[in-house]
Design a binder for this molecule. Sequence first.
Ligand SMILES: *Cc1c(COP(=O)(O)O)cnc(C)c1O
Length: 488
Amino acid sequence: MTHLHHKPMPQSGVDQEEILSQLDAFKSDDPEYKNGKVWSLVYYIDETHQQLLKDSYFKYSSENGLNPTAFKSLKKMENDIIGATASILNGTDEVCGVVTSGGTESCLLAVKTYRDMAKDKRRVKKPEMIIPETAHVAWYKASDYFGVKIRQVPLDNNLVPDLKKLKKMINRNTVMILASAPEYPHGTIDPIEAMGEIAQEKNIPLHVDACVGGFILPFLEMNGETLPKWDYRVPGVTSISADIHKYGYAAKGASTITYRNLNYLRYQMFVQPDWSGGVFASSALLGTRPGGAYAGAWAALQYFGIDGYKKLADETIQAVNKLKKGITGIPELEIMGTPQGPLFAYQSRDTAVNIFAVGDQMDLMGWKVNKNQKPDGLHAMVTAQHLKVVDQYLADLKQAVETVKANPELAKQGGAATYGMMAHVPLRGMVKNKVLEMYSELYRAGGGSIDLSAQAADTNETAPTSIVDKALAWYVNRQTKKQQNKSS
Ligand SMILES: *Cc1c(COP(=O)(O)O)cnc(C)c1O
């Protein structure tokens, strides 16, 4: 590893124009999201909308939501945002909540709230939460951070959590049950009405993770789509997380967590009466809370309104339906489970077609396609913006499948080879360590960097597209060398 040096602070300040032009120049290696070839990272519509978010964010970039009584402007925006969120989620006037920095913060907070509530009300000392296998990774992070053990509900063949098994997992240490609307990997809405009945019968809180669905499923329903009930209309649901910076098309840094009433939310609060800096109270994870994110979120809700979001939802589902129809029309592929929202995944139904090799071909054609594992598949998180690229995507996908079929060796290269190795369970611990090592390397003093293309150059293969892919590729090479040594 090369030794890195810190880039020192400039001695004297840099000219403003120079600063701004450098900021623009930094973007040159970033993904180009305006052409609709990037999925799940960015929710882009057009320049008018983008400019409104920038202007709104900028107006409040100094204001601080740390103390909700200081900047009344921010508390007002927060009240409006929570009110609008509660109303689209069919909550009563008792529904209350907090604007957070993102889905992860909302999920972390739910776990903290229910852990503390169970401790207070039932003296639970070894807290557990029950989550379906498809729960977002933020829930695993919450478990790790807050010491709440996970009990994982397996899925049936249609990717639906097995509720009989779920019921058996409930015990006196259970502090919460999680359902998703929809789950991130395949876009399936968990059977929330049935889960709500179980939760009510056992008197356990049920959180619905609608981080991705919260600002689109309600509008799909208003447009006349038939969807199962998953929001506050389901009596057992006690809280919901919904991100505004996904399908609410807000500036980054805006999500919500709402609770059925204040009896739950109060366990989210933190108070330290003895701090030398004064008595301190806080309603969420962050200390200083960025006013710009509130303003950006508030502005997005005002800009679109119900009619605007209904139109975006409609365009999104048109794109989803065209994609699903096109993929179903490719005999080697099939949609996984029964996705009902804006995202879905597909897999191969032909042993001669390695789905990850198809993904590699798509990446070569400029699509940044995300991979699922267990079961293996490719992921598509669709926005209104993707409507204009649907035909191209399907044409490229058809081509990718043909290429992979005609070149079986592609299944042993690139992402296909690396992800294929992940099926070997004993390797997971080593992969975890390697990923940890490479991720840590990125944060080395001086700002480490990892050349993703270096290895591709030695092996003449497709460059890995992420650190994780690179770590996996390292593992595959190592295993291959071991095999070669053995046989020689
Ligand atoms: C995106 C997402 C999260 C996490 O949200 P971030 O804003 O990325 O932190 C949590 N749950 C689900 C279902 C999501 O799709």
